[in-house]
Design a protein around this ligand. Structure first.
Ligand code: GLA
Length: 388
């Protein structure tokens, strides 16, 4: 991580001729269990990983803001009184959206220059976008000597994505990036905001992310469709069970079983996924409390199956990766993040890590002709800010 901070510092010097004043550092995350449960008021399990986005910033003497993104090799220039989406620089919308939300939260943002550097793989389902939002918020708060509660930071970053970027995501990614803890899996109840960090014996087990390198459809369009279907499914239950049903979180598994035969498709399958997935997260939490890592692994496999069959957000490549993971001895494996491409997360015994990754990667490229991206993930702490 230190080298990313160095890169940001050097790049800032090169481009803007002085040292940055503040840094915001925010990790990507893996979703361990709880697929598409967050915007349904449900439960999630995740971990922040040792891949970060760094935003180095200083106030500007002109009226313009300038933000340079190292991974894109592009600069976005804008003024604070006219913040608009820019279809050419989609990445900059995450920064601008956070600026808007900070302004709404009463932080008097002044023109600034910033450099974004990072090693969170883009498009792999590990939330490079949330890490950019959170790193921006952390850097700008520090730059303006302002402070906000950590929950508020996570929420305003989510609002930036919902309202400015236009992606109806839940709170999972921003929460994980803000609240990550070393060697701990996070649990969150998105309704009550209760959360806890549960330690994973890091010397015995580890997480490997395997990027399928195959994106099938426009994720944001499919995501919005699923979001709508879930809201329709909740409304369907509201009519039958009463006004207390706001989101699918409010429907128990028993109620679902009682009504499922009458539900129209595809709402039945979407609801089945979300409601059963909520149960899996609660079971997974219990399993971790009892130190039953194998049980957690089984729940991960079951989660993938539910995504594949009922939520239909998997791909043949992700299914192949999960199948290979099972064959080669993973304790658990599943798609992670939105789906429709991206990566799988694999829970593997520490002593088998290398061989596991090598075998799965070899077999995957033999069968598909695609070289997967393999990233060993260490579970890392959440976001922070500091001054030069
Ligand atoms: C994306 C979204 C999250 C969550 C996951 C699916 O990562 O940003 O809010 O919905 O997909 O669980």
């Amino acid at each position: 991580m230190q080298e990313i901070i160095e890169q940001a510092r050097n790049l800032f010097r090169e481009r803007y001729g002085r040292k940055p004043v503040v840094y915001g550092v925010a990790p990507g995350r893996v979703e361990v269990l709880g697929n598409h449960t967050d915007y349904n008021g449900g439960y999630v399990m995740s971990a922040a990983i040792d891949r970060v986005t760094v935003v180095a910033a200083a106030k500007s003497s002109s009226a313009q803001c300038r933000v340079f993104a190292q991974q894109k090799g592009a600069e976005s220039v804008f003024t604070l009184d006219a913040l608009r989406q820019s279809p050419r620089d989609r990445w900059a919308d995450y920064v601008k959206g956070v600026v808007v939300e900070l302004q709404k939260a009463g932080v008097p943002i002044e023109p600034f220059e910033a450099v974004v550097a990072g090693n969170v793989p883009i498009g792999a389902g590990v939330s490079s976008s949330a890490s950019l939002e959170v790193a921006t918020a952390m850097a700008l708060l520090e730059l303006h000597g302002a402070d906000l509660p950590r929950w508020e930071i996570a929420k305003l970053c989510r609002r930036a994505e919902n309202e400015f970027v236009g992606m109806p995501c839940g709170i999972l990614d921003q929460f994980s990036s803000v609240f990550g803890e070393e060697n701990s899996i996070l649990f969150l109840d998105t309704r009550t905001e209760e959360h806890e960090a549960m330690s994973l014996p890091a010397d015995s087990f580890g997480l490997i992310l395997i990027h399928s390198m195959a994106q099938h459809t426009l994720v944001s369009g499919d995501y919005a469709t699923r979001y709508r279907e879930c809201m329709e499914a909740a409304a369907w239950f509201r009519e039958r069970l009463g006004e207390h049903v706001q989101l699918l979180r409010d429907v128990s598994w028993e109620e679902f079983l009682q009504w499922e035969a009458q539900m129209p498709e595809p709402l039945r399958r979407r609801a089945r996924h979300v409601i059963s997935e909520n149960r899996r997260v609660l079971d997974g939490r219990e399993a971790l409390h009892r130190g039953e890592v194998t049980r957690l692994g089984d729940l991960m496999f079951a989660s993938h199956e539910s995504s594949r069959v009922d939520y239909e957000n998997s791909t043949p490549e992700l299914d192949l990766l999960v199948g290979l993971a099972r064959e080669h001895g993973a304790i658990g494996a599943r798609l992670t993040g939105a789906g429709w491409g991206g990566a799988t997360i694999n829970l593997v015994e520490e002593s088998r890590m290398e061989e596991f990754a090598r075998r799965v990667a070899e077999e995957y490229s033999r069968r598909t002709g695609i070289q997967p991206g393999v990233h060993r993930c260490h579970i890392a702490p959440g976001a922070r800010a500091f001054r030069e």
